[in-house]
Design a protein. Sequence first.
Length: 585
Amino acid sequence: MINPIDPLNQFTWWTHLKHGGLLIAPARLAHYFSTEKPRLSFYWAGRLRSAVQAQQDTEKLGAQAALLDTVLEGILQLPTLEWKKASAVGAEWGHRLITGENFKPRRLWLGSNGAVLPVFDDDVKQIGIGTGRRSIARVVEWLRKSQQKLALLTNGVQWRLIHAGPDYEAWCEWDIALWFEEGEPSEQVLALLHLLSPKALTPPKEGEPAPIVAAIQDTRKGQAELSTNLGERVRLAVEHIIHNSGEVIDHLRAESVAVTPRDVYIAATRLVMRCVVVLFAEARELLPRTDPIYNDSYSLQGLREQLDRMAGGRSADTLRHQWSAWPRLLSLFRLIYEGSSHEGLLVRQYGGGLFQPGEAGSTDPILRALALFEHPKNEPSDHAIHHILELLTRAWERVPQGRATKLILSPIDFSDLSTEYIGILYEGLLDFQLRRAEADSPIVFLNLGDQPALPFLQLDAMPADEIAKLFEKFKVADKKGDSGDDDADDAGEEDEAESSEEVTEAGDVLPEVVIEEDLIADTGDASQDREQQRQRIHAWARRAAEAAKLVKKPKGKPSPEKQRSLRRRYRQGRQESCAPHHLPG
């Protein structure tokens, strides 16, 4: 697999915060925030340390107000004269909530060019848990009624920056217990200095959004693009779960269970859609994600985070020899279907056909096929489950970088999805059928038009001129299917091609992407024949990229820099020409 670009390498402070929903996509950080670390003087570091210690000592009165003054006016340097506090906050900033109370910020910062930062404080023990959920609901309702984009809510210990849209909300949160590491200001303090600085909160011009608000709005636009790519990622996840359970299912089918390939495919689709629904429910807090027992033992996002940590560095190979994620996944599905009345973990019984467990003796063939996946002999590795969760929770997004663009894996905000869209995803998956490719005859998907699937042996025997004609034929078919002015489209394509050529000659990196054949292979012990087959497919894709003039051969002996650029262009050309893999069976 080609390594994706990690936009968080220079923004580690973002990963040290607690997140709910998707406030700012990692891909947007570089565009709106500086990569330079802001400096905190020795004096203010000492002042902050003293204020934090006073807040943590519950016997000291007025500590929360002192901490707010230190952070907001001292550390963040939001001028004191621009603050309104308590009764100085005008009545026009109050709004009547659904409960009938008149609610307004405890503090209000009014900067230049219409900059606003409302600050609410509360004395709840934990924000977002138990009675602390009411505090969040009040702030969210106030944001929507006041048409403000951001608000800061704190109980002194937790500092939550909340954004509320018409039908969604997202936030990031600081914890003062994590503000110092080994006596020095931590990454969380750097996050404060980045996100809540006067520069981040002040619009460049009157009527324009502040940089942090622009980053949030840009993220929402990007989520629409990511959602369109989610359908393909979900289909790949279905393929992956079938691929990793294929041998066991074939063995059980041969023994006694009578199911068709169509039944197996629909059962796999149900399993993946269960994950999609759970991710949606956890994002909207319909499941108790904040409960430590649920998060550590059942939560799907919690499982993904655990596998992410385990997959780092050399330990990635250990996931191939661990099998704890799949039983946990099945336990989660059973918990949702049957519920839990235990006082330590209260979950209502949801039931429903989607989460109904498999049953080998059922008259329903889909339930019999589900029983094959849930059979104790079927043990997909933790590596396989991790890859499925990666497919479902992240998608490729194009991000401008200089004169070129890069593809970055960005997280998908499931709280932004609608139930209608999830239904459309499910219906779209049912349009596919399960087919098995012969072991010595891989199928190649051409990334043109409707992505036709052709036998590799047939493609490999074609001379260069026939490959060029084949690609040209599909390009012509593509143009006929397009709507709008053909001439305008052609002109746009020419302009885009010229721009792309200029970028490549300038040495900028073209998008590096993952081809499906790499996504499917996960066992780590592929046979020598299969490896030779993969190399032949890659060699053909390189030849096809040249024949279709997706990549131009350099004249003369290229320099090392141009050789690296050429290799990147071949990767891109290979992706544009085909996405080879065995059809799962």
